[in-house]
Ligand binder design. Structure first.
Ligand SMILES: C[S@@+](CC[C@H](N)C(=O)[O-])C[C@H]1O[C@@H](n2cnc3c(N)ncnc32)[C@H](O)[C@@H]1O
Length: 362
């Protein structure tokens, strides 16, 4: 049975049984101190519109709605400290990493460790501002020898800073509970179709090739080194079909990769900063069970829409029915999207990469 909880994750984690979870992925707020928001728009043809389109057509922009959450912690409303301490903290260091780690993350990560089965793994998604502090915290809780990787998720999105190198990556820290006994098989990750199946043998064409972000290994001649700790993947585009209008939604391909390599079908995956429920969708696609937690009503609303029609979900503290009037044809939608090919590379570029990789391999 899959479960989605509405509420503060610490209290809910405490109610879950010891060693009951196979894999945890979390993507906590990055503590930037900003309110993260995303406005969804649609454009319609209108001769007085504000945007120029193809063949001189004009388009009008219509705002469909805004979703937001605060990317920092309000120590006052979280009730963690008496008011005089809160005032002192806010004056000295309004968004300091120390409080983020000590007061917010540490107790939640201790719970995460307790909940993992002996063969379990944790993937912790963060950014360059907090990753070093978080690594130290996780080393303290899991043990340094349980650290496996720092995965770099590289993308081309965001501002072009002029005073420093523009940051174009997130960091994912990967830990296991027992370094001698854990689930990991990178050969299980999704393969992609060959753009030119005729150029490869039928066996290869059926198996597909490893993802596009690995092609350059064969280009530089490192035969056998296919997938690395640097994952090149585009973000969920503002108007792409799989976008739920919620800030910081992570690409399903990223989560699929984690779930496919670090768990088996039928196992339980936990995400206690669930947002739009990307982990839940990946579990449905990959035949895993899930437990999701979020304390933002708008996140629950999004998940209710995203999972309408999936009857194997138990909702706790939230009634999804008002948002589930349209049956979600998620899986059919995704199959269609795959056949349309929605990634950022042009067919010509993919063809070039495929042919050059194959030539190198041959
Ligand atoms: C970065 S977003 C997660 C996005 C998600 N990975 C996705 O793909 O949609 C972080 C989420 O953590 C939630 N959150 C923050 N503090 C929380 C808490 N104490 N308990 C439960 N959820 C919390 C926020 O509401 C937000 O939805």
């Amino acid at each position: 049975m899959n479960k989605i909880y509405f509420g503060d994750n610490l209290a809910i984690l405490k109610t879950l049984k010891d060693e009951s979870i196979d894999l945890i992925y979390i993507d906590p707020p990055f503590n930037t101190g900003k309110t993260q928001s995303r406005t969804r728009i649609r454009t319609i043809r209108d001769k007085n519109g504000d945007r120029n389109g193809f063949q001189g057509n004009k388009y009008k922009t219509i705002e469909l709605g805004t979703k937001a959450y605060k990317d920092s912690f309000d120590f006052e409303t979280e009730g963690l400290f008496p008011p005089e301490i809160v005032r002192a903290y806010k004056t000295i260091a309004p968004h300091s990493s120390i409080y983020f780690l000590e007061e917010f993350l540490r107790p939640r990560l201790i719970e995460a460790y307790r909940l993992l089965k002996p063969h379990g793994s944790l993937y912790f998604h963060i950014d360059y501002r907090e990753v070093h502090y978080c690594k130290i915290l996780l080393d303290q809780i899991f043990g340094r020898d349980c650290f496996r990787n720092e995965i770099i998720w590289a993308y081309d999105y965001g501002g072009r800073a002029r005073s420093r190198w523009p940051a174009k990556h997130d960091n994912i820290l990967y830990y296991v509970k027992d370094p001698r006994n854990y689930i990991f098989d990178s050969s299980k990750i999704d393969r992609e179709d060959y753009m030119a199946p005729g150029l490869v043998g039928p066996e290869k064409a059926t198996r597909g090739k490893l993802p596009t972000d690995t092609w350059w290994w064969s280009y530089i001649g490192k035969k056998g080194m296919k997938i690395s700790d640097t994952w090149w993947m585009t973000i969920v585009g503002t108007n792409s079909k799989g976008r739920y209008g919620y800030p910081t939604q992570k690409p399903i391909g990223l989560i699929n990769r984690i779930i496919q390599a670090s768990s088996f079908p039928g196992q339980v995956v936990l995400d206690f900063f669930a947002g739009t429920g990307t982990v839940g969708e990946s579990c449905i696609i990959n035949n895993r069970n899930f437990i999701l937690i979020d304390n933002n009503y708008q996140a629950l609303e999004v998940m209710a829409r995203r999972f309408s029609g999936f009857e194997t979900i138990q909702w706790i503290g939230f009634d999804p029915t008002p948002f589930q009037y349209i049956k979600n044809t998620l899986l059919e939608e995704r199959a269609k999207q795959n056949s349309e090919g929605t990634d950022e590379y042009s067919p010509e570029f993919k063809m070039l990469v495929t042919v050059s990789s194959n030539l190198q391999e041959e």
